[in-house]
Every structure is written in C-alpha cells, then in structure tokens.
Design a protein around this ligand. Structure first.
Ligand code: HAM
Length: 430
C-alpha cells in the first residue's frame, strides 16, 4: 500500500528546488550587503513562547499550532513563525551584551494548520530577518530598503509594499477603545469570530477576511487618526527616508497584521500570481516583545517572506531559473569503455566539473538523447576504438562537431577544456 504525504505538507522536487536555491542564494547575498548574520533556529519550541508573543487570541495560536505534549509533560509546538524563536534566542544568549545592534536572518520551515489552498500550506518556508537594539526610524527605513532590495533581486515585478503605523503603548489604548465602540455599534453585522473577539482583541476586526467584516471596514476608525505625536513623527520620518531613497510604499490605514506583537511601523508585501493569498511577506516593529519574553527593554523589527509564494509569483511572471546542467556527459560503449568512463568521470568530478555518466550498456543513440535532455554542452564518447587508442572523442553539442581523439584518455580536466577550446577556435578561424 502506498503511503501518501500529509495534507498541506509538500515535497519540493529536484526540478522545483532550483528556484528555491536561487532565492536563498540571492537572499544571502543581499543580507550580506546589509551586514546581517544567519541564525539557525530549532523547529520545536515551547508552546508558551508563541502564546505569549503571537497572542492567545490570534488565529495562529487559537486554531493553527501543531502543539503537543512531550513524554515528560512539556508543552511543545512546531514553530508557526520565526520571530518569537529569534527573540527567545536573543534573550537566552544575552546578545545585547555583545552587540548594541543585532541583525539576523533565517530560512526554514514553519507550520500552521490552515486550510490548504494555492499558496497556503501547513508546512511552508520563510526567509526572515530581524533587527534588535534600535527603535529609531532609520532602522525601520533600513529594513524596508532591505525588503525592497530583496524583491528586486528576486526579480518580483509586481511587488507592492503596504505600510501602516500601529501606534504604541501610549496611543494604542485610545484607538482600541474607538474600535471597540465602533464594533459594538455594528456587533450584529460582524462575523461570529469577531463578535467573540471584539472585547479581547478588537484589532482583529481589521484583519478579518469574512465578507461581512471586509464590507464594514471603510467605516472603521483608523490608527493614523489616533496616533500620538511621537508615533506620528516616527512614522513620517520612516516614510520620508524611504521616499528619499526612491522606495515606493503604499499607505494602508487598515492593515494590522495577524500577529499581536507589533507596534508602530507594520508592512505587508503583495504581488500578483497568488490568487486570494496575495501576501508574499509581512513584518513590522515589535518594541515590547523582547521585554515581555523575559529580556531587556530592547526594540525589534523584522519581516518574513513566504518562499512557496515567491516561487508562485515568479512562475506566474515566467521568470527563468538557472538550471544546473552537466558540463560533460560521458557515454561509454561496451564493458571496457564503461570501466574507463567510470574513472574518467570520477577524475573530472574531483577536478570540479559537473559530470553525468551513463551506464548499463545503452546504445549511443539513447545516450545522446539523454545528454540532449540534460543540455550538456559536451558528450565524451568512449567506444572500443577510443579505449584501444587511449584517447577520447568529444561531441561539441553547440558546434555539432565530433572532436575525434581530442585528448588522451587519461587527460586531466584542464587539458581537456583547453583542447576543446582550441579545437573550437581553429574551427572558427577556418
Ligand atoms: P506572517 O505574515 O504571518 O508574518 O508570515 C509571513 C509570510 O509567510 C506571509 O506573507 C506568507 O508569504 C508566508 N506564509 C504565512 N502563512 C503561510 C501558509 N500557511 N502557507 C504559505 N505561506 C505562508 C510572520 O510570520 C512574522 N514572523 C514576520 C515577521 C518577522 N515580523 C517581524 N519579523
């Protein structure tokens, strides 16, 4: 009996993973320019870490965590996101003691038991970044510039960064009260979840995806009408710094994000090609989080991008992936040639070339077909004659030419490459 994969948990097949590797290596190069270091965080954490950060009344904690009790009775969970883990690690290793500003990035799988659909999985992968230690607007702008840089480096053409401010401990209570008052006045029209959460977590009203709640939204109070002078000044400066650097931001006064730890600057990236799941990434400032998880009063800000969603956006755009292909395909004909091909392949791989070798006594025609499929520029053909004479014949697939006896059978990689280049240039001159 076949055992299928679990609903919402996908394989990334070798043909698809090339795009993933490209996204990761591009991201690494960009993070490097902004002086971020990579952190590798565990996949399992204590469930309380997310209850106390993402929020008891968030969808993630209420409905979506893969939480379980370990054999020793500890409440654990597969991580639903990376920020809380990064904060836990920052606090645990007292990173503030060695670095006033800590910048880190991470790649890896996250787990949320959502209803699977296009671009929404139960195991998905994020590229995330977090900065600890500063709350000044220049850091928010630096993080937004980094996000914008990443989207450009990935080649996302339709990316749009929406921003809002979520206020602070000073001004959020006033906004919250205004939201509750408004929500109570429309209680009957809200969805059951929002009615239930109205008193506990009214900000969720602005994040709800239910039709009736979305329809009411344009009448709801806006945070930007309730911000204190300090938050307004902070937000204006962030917008100004980004504008000066030419980073376009779209103001979204109803954006609140689905996690509870945010304050001040919050943002979301949307792009085309995802259907209803159009958020490719999101993030924001979380100045109280480090403290609330037992650390010092240190500010934080960051974001995460969904890798599956980025891949969908790029695929919809028709963006090419650099597919790795072998430089040499070794095609032996007969048992003696196969033995020679085996050690030649090993020697060239050790020398640094990407090499594929056929075995199993296939005909030349079938081996050439496979070499063509792999798009190898050179096929090293070893027949009985080549083995007897101690030479190689190489078919240059681009030039459509056979280079008979182009190099000795025991030639090293550099010698063969040089011989092939010289054969091609002689041909060009002729
Ligand atoms: P988030 O908005 O929950 O934020 O997730 C960030 C991104 O992860 C989303 O925009 C989306 O691309 C991807 N994502 C989320 N859920 C799924 C899913 N079920 N299937 C596929 N992709 C998904 C966070 O996780 C925050 N930790 C971001 C952050 C970092 N804020 C500050 N620092």
């Amino acid at each position: 009996m076949k055992i299928p994969s679990v609903k919402g948990f996908h394989d990334v097949l070798p043909g698809e993973s090339a795009r993933w590797s490209q996204l990761e290596s591009t991201a690494r190069a960009v993070f490097d320019r902004y002086n971020f270091g990579e952190i590798r965080l565990p996949i399992v954490e204590r469930a309380d870490l997310f209850r106390r950060s993402v929020g008891e009344t968030s969808d993630i904690v209420e409905k979506e965590m893969y939480a379980f009790t370990d054999r020793d009775g500890t409440d654990l969970t597969l991580r639903p996101e990376g920020t809380a883990s990064a904060v836990r690690s920052y606090v645990e290793h007292a990173m503030q003691a060695s670095e006033p500003v800590t910048k880190m990035y991470y790649f890896g799988p996250m787990f949320r038991r959502e209803r699977p659909q296009k671009g929404r999985l139960r195991q998905f992968s994020q590229i995330g970044a977090e900065v600890f230690g500063r709350d000044d607007p220049a850091i928010d702008a630096e993080v937004l510039l980094l996000l914008d840089d990443l989207l450009h480096a990935f080649g996302v053409e339709s990316g749009e960064i929406g921003v809002n401010t979520l206020g602070c401990v000073e001004c959020r209570p006033g906004f919250r009260a205004a939201l509750v008052a408004w929500g109570e006045s429309r209680r009957e029209e809200l969805c059951a979840d929002c009615q239930r959460r109205l008193q506990q977590n009214p900000l969720r009203l602005l994040d709800c995806k239910q039709k009736q709640c979305v329809a009411l939204r344009p009448e709801a109070p806006k945070m930007t009408d309730h911000t204190c002078a300090a938050c307004r000044e902070h937000f204006d400066r962030v917008l100004e710094l980004c504008a000066v650097e030419g980073v376009e931001l779209v103001l979204q006064p109803y954006m609140v994000r689905g996690l509870d730890y945010y304050c001040r600057t919050a943002f979301e990236v949307v792009a085309q090609g995802l259907g209803s799941q159009n958020a490719v990434g999101g993030g924001g400032r979380y100045d109280g989080l480090v403290r609330s998880l037992g650390g010092p009063a240190v500010a934080g800000i960051g974001f995460a991008l969904g890798v599956e969603r980025l891949a969908l956006v790029l695929e919809a755009q028709g963006a090419e992936v650099d597919k790795a292909k072998p430089e040499f395909f070794v095609a032996p004909l007969g048992a003696a040639a196969e033995a020679a091909a085996f050690s030649l392949t090993h020697r060239f791989r050790a020398g640094g070339a990407r090499v594929e070798m056929d075995s199993g006594g296939k005909s030349l025609k079938s081996q050439m077909r496979r070499a063509g499929k792999l798009d190898a520029p050179y096929v090293i053909i070893l027949g009985e004659d080549e083995v007897a004479e101690g030479v190689m014949t190489v078919r240059d697939m681009r030039a459509r030419a056979d280079r008979r006896g182009v190099a000795p059978l025991d030639a090293d990689l550099a010698t063969l490459r040089a011989a092939l280049a010289s054969a091609a240039s002689v041909e060009e001159r002729a």
